[in-house]
Design a protein around this ligand. Structure first.
Ligand SMILES: [Zn+2]
Length: 92
């Protein structure tokens, strides 16, 4: 890998988790954070999934620690749904 390629890769760090944003050739595989109205911040795919399934974290609280297990991403939403169902007497 050339120094230029290493430099380009180094630029693709996810600001939400400090992890890498995937790059294939000259294509950057990124998601756009829902945490800003314009969705103008590129984040990694894992963070994109975490935002979609687990909820938003304010940009001021970045970087965050992602769960080791991607199945954990949806836990906050699952807990919220379970709480709502319990409140309505429809506990799972
Ligand atoms: Zn990330």
């Amino acid at each position: 890998m050339s120094a230029q390629e290493q430099s380009d890769l180094a630029l693709h760090v996810c600001p939400r988790c400090d992890g890498p944003i995937e790059v294939r050739g000259d294509v950057v595989i990124a998601a756009r954070s829902r945490a800003t109205p314009g969705r103008d911040i590129e984040i990694c795919g894992l963070c994109g999934s975490d935002e979609a399934l687990g909820g938003l974290v304010a940009v001021s609280r970045w970087p965050i620690q992602l769960p080791d297990d991607p199945h954990e991403f949806a836990r906050p939403m699952q807990e919220q749904v379970n709480r709502l169902l319990m409140e309505r007497g429809e506990a799972l």
